[in-house]
Design a protein around this ligand. Sequence first.
Ligand SMILES: NC(=O)c1ccc[n+]([C@@H]2O[C@H](COP(=O)([O-])OP(=O)(O)OC[C@H]3O[C@@H](n4cnc5c(N)ncnc54)[C@H](OP(=O)(O)O)[C@@H]3O)[C@@H](O)[C@H]2O)c1
Length: 427
Amino acid sequence: MKKIRIGILGYGSVGSALVELIGVEHDAIAARTGLDLEVVAVAVRNITPERLAALGADVLTSDAKAVVADDEIDVVVELIGGVEPARRLILEALGSGKPVISGNKELIANVGAELFVAAQKSNVDLLFEAAVAGGIPLLRVLRESLVGERIKRMMGIVNGTTNYILTQMSENGAQYGDALAEAQQLGYAEEDPTADVEGGDAGAKAAIMATIAFGTEVFAGDVYQEGISQVTADDIASAAHMGHIIKLLAVVEEIDGEVSARVHPAMVPDTHPLASVRNSFNAVFIEGEAVGDLMLYGHGAGGNPTASAVLGDLIAASANLQRGISSGLGKLREARIRPMGECISAFCVHVTVRDRPGVLAEVAGIFGEHGVSIRSMEQAAQADIANIVFITHPSREADVHATLSELRGNSSVVEIGSVIRVIAPEV
Ligand SMILES: NC(=O)c1ccc[n+]([C@@H]2O[C@H](COP(=O)([O-])OP(=O)(O)OC[C@H]3O[C@@H](n4cnc5c(N)ncnc54)[C@H](OP(=O)(O)O)[C@@H]3O)[C@@H](O)[C@H]2O)c1
């Protein structure tokens, strides 16, 4: 039986759940893997009587640096979040030959490349399954089961807060502000919800998804981000009328060697597997060349689900450490990040026009002039105006924007309403 001495940085939602899980599952893990996991140090900022009672004075410390430097510790688990001091602590641990497990999306999406090099140099693991979609095994599936697969595209619902808000808006007709307030009350949304609702959290996850799926360096700053704060109850009702549900998607794609990574709301057809992902659940839909379509679904956050993902990494890294090997990412390739204007999306465009003869042909003609072809159109007349909803075929984003800009300047057009991307009904 090989003893693995673990140092954990952080004892919050995930750190405390991890300590408990290791305690409960210790014997089963030992029987299955031959590893005797022992938590020998837990670093926090504040030592409280409750934490001392739970962990003991030998284990609890406020000195994270000492944990990382301790020669008696075999593996370090970073669960403090943020870029610094997590980055410095992880570099120190890797530099001294300790494998590191992290759940820190912000860190990996911003400075991951530097950390991957450090891990490779020391021939130890840096694993971060929990950083994307919490408890869902996604990164290991990409790195192992699908390592020989050419991934064409992945679309993920990777932010539980926004999925909860959109589900409430869809199922109960709630307005955005009310659904957000309810999510805050239930603890699904932070007091400052910006990172969730404006797409920053999902953007960091998209960067990591693209890095692992395509073997390229993609950083948080490379990801186009549009959140859900502009989505209205009317948009949701109109999408439902057309057989769609609005979801916030993280989309990563490889096209001719280039990579696109983006986060935006999208109308998903009712028949698509992603449409069934409700409330705070997460899911990632993977389109592979040989494997076809598959979807991974589960809890994207929460102490226990996230600790489960961390524990899986911890056992994998410990087993590798024993064998003196590591499962690095290999050499990451530099790929051009395709600018959003060059990406291809179908759009749903709401246009209000003056209801006079020939106006429909005039407006449709503007789409055509810019090379945007129309898949369907629905018109509702109302006194002397008409509301038209166009759904386009997949088109270059820049062409759609040029169309919108010309429509805005057209004297027959009263208003351009909401403009939302649409996922093609190919499933
Ligand atoms: N919670 C989730 O559902 C979830 C899901 C996926 C990924 N993650 C990721 O997992 C990580 C941990 O999340 P969490 O929700 O457990 O965070 P959390 O509840 O805020 O806990 C953070 C812990 O880190 C400690 N800490 C912060 N800075 C420290 C420092 N400089 N030295 C020592 N300890 C320090 C804090 O100590 P004090 O309490 O004493 O301040 C606290 O115990 C984050 O990277 C997060 O993004 C979380």
